[in-house]
Design a protein around this ligand. Structure first.
Ligand code: NAD
Length: 475
């Protein structure tokens, strides 16, 4: 029996507590109070979920992609119908403002609607052959069982970006959401079943990364691991799943730069810099944690930012541990010579609030300049020109997104062509994505896969080349 404030796993369509009987407390970031208890799963629970997925997958793959798309559309529509309940869950478990939670819920819906439509396309290629009377074409094949491991920061889109394409392509899935955001994940799983997704096709196993997550990565019967999280965890997953040559898709961190040129609309640049650096408490893979500003407008831009920061309503970070880690990095930066222009301190209120923090004077190779903090912290850098700006942007282990603010088409195109990033934005923020556009990064931000867009279908399917040889004599 599972109580309402206990979040069990979803295995083969049934609620299942962890085999160990253990639970984790999930705390509210706004005040540290207990929100609910979550199943603390281990290898046994993961094995049960993978077995349920394996058993259910063949029948699912027998359905046409159009049928699967139709069911997934029902799920997207149900998510839309329940957007208030879903957003409330996200607000409680993350502490973010309701407007953000609603926008993210809508983004998950849009991903579902986009992917559902792909059931009517799922295009392959028909091409020429070297031999007469031979036809050559390609078909997409499901991989089997997909392990989907996600971060807490935008919990519904994170699951939607993986579950919708994984299922459309004919796979069954075992999702391991972040231990920080179990409520929205439970709702997503329940709504999938309410929409008619068969039991066993989308299983949800809760728990800690090093326990439930690691067990999913190590399970020999998982054909694909798709992961959104930190580069450190991603590296371990790549090595571990790589040993059995499983397919691995990694969407990792960023140290994203927003460049402000001397011909930029400074008010617009400041507005986007504030949103990119501090909304969602900076807990975005695409947050603008580096602000690279031309010398000629540096002082004016800094003033615009500081007055904008003064008007922000601080959002909490996800946990006490995260807040302590960020504060330690700030202390280290100051010891290394950086200056705090705003924030830098824990706010005197319950929960895990750090005042939006702006620094300057950090060396480009200082830890604060190279390490992803995943918090409301951004650093200003001064540059002379575009070449220096591009060199500084690229002087990073990451390469997820980058933005430039300029009135010059030449500068915008030069930046877009040269900069080492998977996503480039001109005159906007470093964050924000479209369901029909591939999203992902270079260097330590990923391993070359793209999520969302039709590109996501390449993660969750294999190509099969088919050769049809006709015999004209039989015509
Ligand atoms: P994290 O790596 O700590 O955890 C991510 C997920 O992996 C969680 O579900 C966690 O439980 C699980 N996990 C942890 N250790 C594991 C292990 N050994 N084996 C298997 N699973 C394990 O990251 P986080 O703190 O949740 O998220 C922040 C990171 O996610 C940042 O680096 C951020 O940039 C990145 N992120 C990237 C994208 C993207 O699309 N590129 C999007 C969102 C977040």
């Amino acid at each position: 029996m599972v109580a309402a404030d206990e979040i069990a796993n979803l295995v083969g369509g049934e609620a299942a507590p962890a085999a160990s009987g253990e639970w984790l407390d999930k705390l509210r970031p706004t005040d540290g109070s207990v929100l609910c208890r979550v199943a603390r799963s281990g290898a046994e629970d993961v094995a049960a979920a993978v077995a349920a997925a394996r058993a259910a997958q063949p029948e699912w793959a027998e359905r046409t992609a159009v049928e699967r798309g139709d069911l997934l559309r029902e799920l997207a529509l149900l998510l839309r119908e329940r957007r208030d309940v879903l957003a409330d869950a996200v607000v409680e478990e993350t502490g973010k403002p309701r407007t953000l939670a609603l926008a993210e819920t809508d983004a998950a819906v849009e991903m579902g609607l986009f992917v559902a439509g792909e059931g009517r396309r799922l295009y392959g290629r028909t091409t020429t052959a070297s031999m007469r009377h031979r036809t050559v074409l390609t078909l997409r094949q499901p991989l089997g069982v997909a392990g989907l491991i996600t971060s807490f920061n935008t919990p519904l889109p994170n699951i939607a970006w993986k579950a919708f394409p994984a299922l459309l392509c004919g796979n069954a899935a075992v999702a391991k959401p972040s231990e920080h955001t179990p409520v929205s994940a439970r709702l997503f799983g329940e709504l999938a079943h309410e929409a008619g997704v068969p039991p066993g096709i989308l299983n949800v196993v809760h728990g800690l990364g090093g326990e439930a997550g690691a067990a999913l990565v190590e399970n020999e019967d998982v054909d694909l691991v798709s992961f959104t999280g930190s580069a450190e965890t991603g590296r371990w997953i790549n090595q571990t799943a790589g040993r059995r040559l499983a397919k691995v898709c990694l969407e990792l961190g960023g140290k994203n730069a927003l460049v402000v040129c001397d011909d930029a609309d400074l008010a617009n640049a400041a507005r986007w810099a504030l949103a990119s650096a501090f909304s969602n408490a900076g807990q975005r893979c695409a947050s603008a944690s580096r602000l690279v500003v031309f010398d000629g407008v540096y002082d004016a831009f800094r003033e615009a930012l500081l007055s904008g920061i003064a008007g922000l309503d601080p959002e909490p970070v996800i946990s006490e541990a995260s807040l302590e880690r960020i504060l330690a990095a700030l202390a280290d930066a100051v010891a290394g010579g950086a200056t705090v222009l705003a924030g830098g301190e824990r706010l005197e209120r319950p929960g895990w609030h750090l005042a939006p923090t702006l620094l300057e004077g950090a060396a480009p190779d200082a830890p604060i300049s190279c390490t992803e903090l995943f918090g409301p912290v951004s650093v200003l850098y001064r540059v002379r020109d575009l070449n220096e700006a591009i060199a500084l942007v690229d002087d990073s282990p990451y390469g997820l997104t980058a933005a430039i603010h300029t009135g010059s088409l030449h500068r915008a195109m030069r930046f877009a062509e040269k900069v080492q990033a998977g996503v480039v934005v001109v005159n906007g923020g470093t964050h924000g994505s479209e369901p029909h556009m591939g999203f992902g990064g270079v260097k330590q931000s990923g391993t070359g896969w793209r999520e969302a867009g039709v590109e996501a279908l390449d993660v969750y399917s294999d190509w099969k080349a088919v050769n049809l040889v006709a015999d004209p004599a039989l015509a």
